[in-house]
Design a binder for this molecule. Structure first.
Ligand code: ADP
Ligand code: MG
Length: 381
């Protein structure tokens, strides 16, 4: 059985710093092991651009998977070539082998037919469980399942089920919170959400493009000048639909992005020149929490500030606390917002942490993800 998982985890000096994606892969692996399948497991890691790169070898991931799963994970090498084929062929029932980083081969990202064929020849069936890569038409995501009987794994099923619920049948009021670095990354999802939510709360750096579009003084905060018109269009659409886009009223600002910088709380509409907005202020955090307290469905993507630095983490923590504290159906997507929730120890108090940042946003935009579509085709036929 060929299992495409998403084990693309953050590494620092060869150590896995967040293992959510590894633990999220376990239900599928354990179920298949119990059924006696020999598992050829494959994933990408980072962006090695088609050549072997020592820092992006899967060894630390293999070791952590073996530790978390409490089973042996054999390194298979490859991802292509005779040695990998021999190692994969030698796996017994219930055994797990891990191919080397798929993106070490240029054929992965280009969905090269020869590479897809080679991967497909390692197994008789395919399980697609890499939701985080499902928006990429890569060889292991679409090429292999086109060549083998293919089904969705448990994680993939759960991700699809949860985000479909947000798209088609959310309990109302449905409140979305967006933050993070760039509004340009999230314009598509803003427009899609505006058709569905009862309120959209905006924090993070992206709030400053909204504030600037309304004529606020944003000081030295990040404003994407070339997106002002898009943001104005979204504000107009929200107005037509009667959906409030709730922007920060106060901002924590500093002269530079540094934990030692002196911070100051200022009104969001009047950030003095020389200061950068780095977090939502306490009044805003309270207002967001108040709106969230009435919600029955919540989707959160993107931190409220530069939460990696303690002085600018309060807004993100406040929202995390609010999301964790309500009984609504709560979904958090996005690498940094999920990391923030986990760091605060709230992961058990959220209904779903999505393992796919970009994939969950594209799915929520209503786009067809190639790695999902290919599994559905098989299910139909
Ligand atoms: P996610 O991974 O949850 O989708 P993003 O990748 O879009 O979120 O954005 C996360 C990044 O945004 C974090 O590194 C954070 O420091 C940064 N960020 C948030 N608010 C600000 C701000 N006001 N100024 C600069 N960077 C910010
Ligand atoms: Mg991110």
């Amino acid at each position: 059985m060929f299992v495409r998982a998403d084990l693309n985890v953050p590494l620092e000096d060869g150590v896995v710093t967040d293992d959510l994606r590894i633990s999220a892969a376990l239900p599928t692996l354990n179920e298949l092991r119990r059924a006696g399948a020999a598992l050829v497991l494959a994933s990408h890691l980072g962006r090695p651009k088609g050549k072997p790169t020592d820092e992006l070898r899967l060894e630390p991931v293999r070791a952590r998977l073996a530790e978390l799963g409490d089973f042996e994970v054999l390194p298979l090498g490859g991802p292509a070539g005779e040695d990998a084929r021999a190692a994969a062929g030698a796996l017994g029932p219930g055994e797990v082998g891990l191919l080397e980083n798929l993106r070490f081969h240029p054929g992965e990202e280009s969905n090269d037919p020869g590479f897809a064929e080679e991967l497909a020849s390692l197994a008789e069936a395919y399980v697609g469980d890499a939701f985080g890569a499902a928006h990429r038409a890569h060889a292991s995501v679409v090429g292999v399942p086109e060549r083998l009987p293919a089904v969705a794994g448990r994680l993939m099923q759960r991700e699809i089920e949860v985000i479909s619920k947000l798209l088609h049948d959310p309990a109302q009021p449905f409140v979305a919170i967006l933050g993070g670095a760039k509004v340009s990354d999230k314009l598509g999802v803003i427009d899609a959400l505006l058709e569905r939510v009862d309120a959209l709360l905006v924090g993070g750096a992206m709030a400053f493009t909204f504030l600037a579009a309304q004529g606020a003084e944003t000081g030295d905060s990040l404003v994407e000048e070339d997106r002002l018109d898009d943001v104005r269009r979204s504000l107009k659409r929200a107005d037509e639909r009667g959906v409030p886009i709730v922007l920060p009223e106060d901002i924590v600002a500093a002269t530079e992005i540094s934990a030692d910088a002196r911070k100051e709380t200022v009104p969001a509409g009047r950030i003095p020149p020389g200061l950068k907005g780095l977090d939502i202020g306490p009044r805003t955090a309270r207002e967001f929490a108040r709106i969230l307290s009435d919600a029955r469905t919540v989707f959160w993507n993107g931190p409220m500030g530069v939460f990696e630095l303690e002085p600018f983490a309060l807004g993100t923590r406040g929202v995390a606390q609010a999301v964790a504290g309500i009984s609504a159906f709560t979904v958090v997507g996005g690498g940094d917002s999920v990391a923030a929730i986990r760091k605060l120890g709230f992961e058990d108090r959220v209904d779903h942490l999505s393992t796919g940042g970009g994939a969950s946003l594209e799915f929520l935009e209503g786009k067809t993800l190639p790695g999902v579509a290919v599994l559905m085709e098989d299910a139909d036929g």
